[in-house]
Design a protein around this ligand. Structure first.
Ligand code: ZN
Ligand code: CU
Length: 483
């Protein structure tokens, strides 16, 4: 029989966490047609993958690519890492459904200026994705902050009964359209005044839809355990799975607490479905938050609306140059973006290596000088943390970025190499795969990615993007949690 693509003799890591098996994989149209040793299939496009690993395309569960998949559909920062699906709408901010009355409130401005928000309904967003045909698949969460923006005159208070009802109606509409769930960003001032009760009520429709709740928690510093309790309570009361976003112990006073934090997560796992995602760096990035300015922490400014010229400089140098305190400099830079070197490497490794943890880049695609996680996350996990540091075996590393996220987020027929599943595949060299992006030089494609197929479309090779784009919107399927 003939197939469109035949990959021979690859070390197949199927995404389940199982050891590699030497096998052939046949692709017909957008599907995996067969997997097995020495398949009888024939193809004009036959690849000898001897010495290379074939795995499911990577799933970036934590992105802010909402507007990038439309405005920049080549999606090179992700495609070049072997990512074939991005989950957008994290941290309470989504591009839809959104109606603005001016400039977007912080941190919705991470997704663009007012003109980027053109999707008053989830359906309008899906139509824009279909038209843009991005290179990667798109799964979408709906942001709590985005919904607050739509229904509230001011964001520094909790929502009223009727405002919650309005937000819920929009959430339900999006869930019907295939959204994966609800995200919140309670740490940000635009959502920090929301009570637990507000989120709890808003999250009510998730269970019946089989959707999930993800959260950038109220705090990741001293009172992180209280925030975890809040997140788990919202999930438990609503019988909905919880994903803690970019789990970390932030701030110097909080270093060394990853053991406690993971214990709290494990404790919750005994009675409810919970997990987390993590990026493989000891630094975070978001908008510049005055509450996180700490003279002991290196903070790099990534952008500033009033002071374009300082992008890439450290807050300390800027403050010295202006002869003011770092706090005063940070005030003058607003609105701005920043990288905070405020995480301990030891804590990050411990969280990254935990069995509850998926990989999510949290990359910010619009930053002119982005945190290197935007271009480097997945190869860094496979090269630096798996091969060099031996934090986990390769099948586990791949599982954390394929089978596990597909099951938890309900991305049906993805994340596992199985006959009948979507042909999202990445062929890479496990001996050489490596991130190239650094804090000094962050816009760099990784090494070791040989080929990437998205829905059977060859989209990227070691020479770069092919120009063919095969991504689609991925509607919510059934979630399955194995923990
Ligand atoms: Zn976040
Ligand atoms: Cu985020």
């Amino acid at each position: 029989m003939n197939c469109d693509v035949l990959i021979r003799n690859a070390a197949v890591l199927d995404g389940s966490g199982a050891e590699a098996v030497r096998a052939d994989v046949a692709v017909v149209d957008d599907r995996i047609a067969a997997v097995g040793p020495e398949l009888e299939w024939r193809s004009n496009d036959t690849i000898d993958a001897d010495g290379l690993v074939l795995s499911p395309g990577f799933i970036d569960v934590h992105t802010h690519d909402d507007t990038a998949v439309i405005g920049n559909p080549a999606m090179l920062p992700k495609l070049s890492q072997g990512v074939t699906t991005v989950v957008v709408g994290n941290c309470g901010i989504s591009a839809s459904p959104v109606t603005l009355r001016g400039e977007p409130p912080d941190p919705m401005n991470l997704l663009g200026t007012a003109q980027a928000f053109r999707y008053p309904t989830f359906a309008a967003y899906l139509a824009a994705i279909a038209e843009a045909r991005p290179a990667v698949n798109v799964g979408a969460l709906i942001g709590h902050t985005a919904l607050r923006n739509n229904h509230m005159d001011r964001l520094d208070r909790t929502a009223t009964e009727s405002e919650i009802a309005g937000m819920r109606a929009q959430l339900e509409d999006a869930l019907e359209g295939g959204a994966l769930g609800l995200s919140s960003g309670l740490a940000y001032l635009s959502a920090n005044s929301a009570t637990t009760e507000e989120v709890m009520r808003l999250a009510e429709p998730l269970a019946a839809a089989g959707a999930i709740y993800t959260t950038h928690m109220r705090t990741e510093t001293e009172t992180i355990l209280d925030s975890m309790r809040e997140a788990f309570e919202i999930g438990r009361m609503n019988r909905v799975p919880v994903v803690v976003s970019h789990l970390k112990c932030a701030g110097i006073a909080n270093w060394g607490r990853s053991g406690e934090v993971l214990e709290a997560l494990e404790h919750a796992q005994q009675t409810q479905e919970t997990g987390c995602d993590c990026y493989p760096y000891a630094a975070g990035s978001s908008t510049l938050d005055l509450r996180q300015v700490d003279e002991r922490v290196k903070i790099t400014i990534t952008w500033s609306s009033p002071h374009d010229e300082v992008a890439g400089k450290n807050l300390a140098e800027i403050a010295t140059g202006w002869n003011v305190t770092q706090m005063e400099a940070a005030r003058r830079l607003q609105p701005a973006g920043a990288i905070y070197h405020s995480i301990s490497e030891q804590d990050m490794r411990r969280i990254l290596g935990h069995r509850a943890t998926m990989i999510g880049s949290d990359g910010l695609p619009l930053d002119p000088r982005p945190h290197p996680r935007l271009w480097g996350t997945f190869p860094r996990v496979l090269g630096h943390y798996c091969r060099e540091e031996k934090l986990f075996p390769l099948p586990t590393a791949v599982h954390k970025m394929t089978g596990m996220p597909a099951q938890r987020f309900g991305l049906a027929e993805r994340g596992l190499i199985r006959a009948g599943n979507a042909a999202d595949l990445v062929l890479f060299d496990a001996k050489t795969i490596e991130d190239s992006a650094t804090f000094a030089d962050p816009v760099q494609p990784a090494k070791g990615i040989e080929r990437v197929w998205v829905n059977g479309v060859l989209s990227y090779t070691a020479k770069g993007a092919t120009g063919q784009r095969g991504g689609r919107f991925v509607a919510r399927g059934r979630t399955t949690w194995i923990q």
